[in-house]
Design a protein around this ligand. Sequence first.
Ligand code: FE2
Length: 357
Amino acid sequence: MNRLGGLRGVRVSGLLARIGAAALLMAAANGFAATGAQASGELNLYSSRHYDTDERLYSEFEEKTGITINRIEGNADELIQRIKSEGANSPADVLLTVDAGRIWRAQQMDIFQPVHTDFLEARIPSYLRHPDGLWYGFSQRARIIFYDKARISPTQIQTYDALADPALKGMVCTRSSSNIYMLSLMAAQIEHKGEEGAKTWAAGVYANRAREPQGGDTDQLRGIASGECAVAVANTYYFARTLRSEVKGLDETQVAKIGWVFPNQSTTGAHVNISGAGVIKTAPNKENAIKFLEYLASDSAQAYFSAGNDEYPAVPGVELSESVAKLGLFRQDTMNLAKLGENQPLAQKVYDEVGYK
Ligand SMILES: [Fe+2]
């Protein structure tokens, strides 16, 4: 066994999609346009993603660069812990995971090194990457408001503030406050309203609960379908998924009952989060790791990467997958996502202080 021990080497042959000509040109200017035979070596990727379309991502990267991807998949917090405990001997080159709050936890463990390339900085909007280049977002999801069309008018729920409106008493469903998505949403509220304003908001939303916070995002949507919730908060990709495939408890008729609103379109924009990646501080294959990040920012990779989880691409102008296109474009909150991590401890404190379960 080599020093990678349990690493599963994955070589996947698949469709080689054409990379957009413009992206290729930009990439060539930055050294990414690898020609297979010239580049070589390995890339050790620790990933909490597990989507079929990701296979095409990896195979395309391998074909374009000649670099073999060795992949370890697992729960994000476990991967972060593993990299930390492997220390200086960690084979990890790149950590790929979701939610800026979780990426911040990795950053707190001091496992990333800064990466700056003209290509990455030109392609990824500044609010979707760490100011010092410790990580980059490669797809976006918004946390938005869903509603029962039979009970609610979309005019009632145009803002996150509306979730705290007493008119919605007994109607609102969310996950529990300890969930990373809820912490990131609160972190954004704190940034916009300050701690006191965020606390008032949290108390109002909790007072409007239709049931104690519980379940995952799909369960919030199921709550609308079953009639238990009139209004719910969930990430866009959970709903987009119901538009393209069978999800238990959400058949076509049930999904048709559900409407959606991108909140705060005339103020801050809707709260967004990312799937993102950073290069590990001790990366044995640093150059390959940077090539991989640049590859993820290319047009074709952007399309695969976002479609894999029904997310929005991070790079402006990349075509949306069919399910995401049905949700439509919206105005994003462009606060730097590093704030979501910085405010995370305060976010839990605010929820706790108002007794938000
Ligand atoms: Fe999720």
